[in-house]
Structure formats: C-alpha cells, structure tokens
Design a protein around this ligand. Structure first.
Ligand code: SF4
Length: 119
C-alpha cells in the first residue's frame, strides 16, 4: 500500500529525492579538510624554487630558521599557525597552499618571514 502511495504521490517522491541529494552533499561537504587541503598537491616550496621564498628565508622546518638573519622568528611559529596557510588551521603535518606563494605548497611545520599568526 505505501509503495502505491510513493508511486502516485509526486510530492513525496520529490521530497525523498531531494533529501537523498541533500544528504549526499552534506556528507561530501563534511569531509575532513586536511584530506584535501587547498593546494596540497602543488609543488613543495623551496628557497631555490622561488626568489621571494629565499628573501623571506622559507624553511620547510621552522627549526632550521636562521635566527641571526631572521630575528623576528619566535619558537613555536610555523606555517600551520599562519593566517596565510590554506590548510586546516593548527595543522601539524602535511602540505597546503600559501597565499604568499601561489603555485606552491608549504609544509605545516615550515616558516618564513611573512609569518602572521592567525587571530
Ligand atoms: S606566509 Fe605563513 S604559511 Fe606562508 S610560508 Fe610564510 S609562514 Fe608559512
């Protein structure tokens, strides 16, 4: 009897179809961002690959920052905590794009002199 109702009630069918599509979109939209961090597939930034990165002292590991040359560096600063990092805020590993270096991805543990802490 209820199958007959579904077949003959277009509004119920439309509602069910819409609900199924909405549920699919919600599931896709809620995937963890880190699995698809913006720009993660871009080439990894290196000092030698980009003159700006060289002048700003980009290091893929913040522990390697030349603190004499870049005294503005403070221990604990890293790309994952920078407002220009396009990955998940606070990310501790992996790569994502950076607004300062379009076309490249930066290491979440990296650092450059353009670091600006997220507020
Ligand atoms: S601007 Fe921020 S996210 Fe980009 S490389 Fe420098 S510290 Fe990392």
């Amino acid at each position: 009897m209820s199958q007959d109702n579904d077949r003959h009630d277009p509004s119920r069918r439309t509602f069910l179809a819409t609900a199924a599509v909405a549920a699919s979109v919600a599931v896709i939209g809620l995937r963890p961002r880190s699995a698809h961090a913006a720009g993660a597939a871009l080439p990894h930034l290196t000092e030698n690959a980009n003159p700006l990165a060289k002048s700003f002292g980009y290091e893929p590991s913040a522990k390697a920052v030349n603190r004499t040359k870049f005294p503005s560096y403070k221990p604990g600063e890293r790309c994952g905590l920078c407002q220009f990092f396009k990955g998940t805020p606070g990310e501790t590993s992996g790569y994502a794009g950076c607004a300062i270096y379009p076309g490249y991805s930066v290491d979440a543990q990296g650092w450059c002199a353009s670091f600006n802490a997220r507020s």
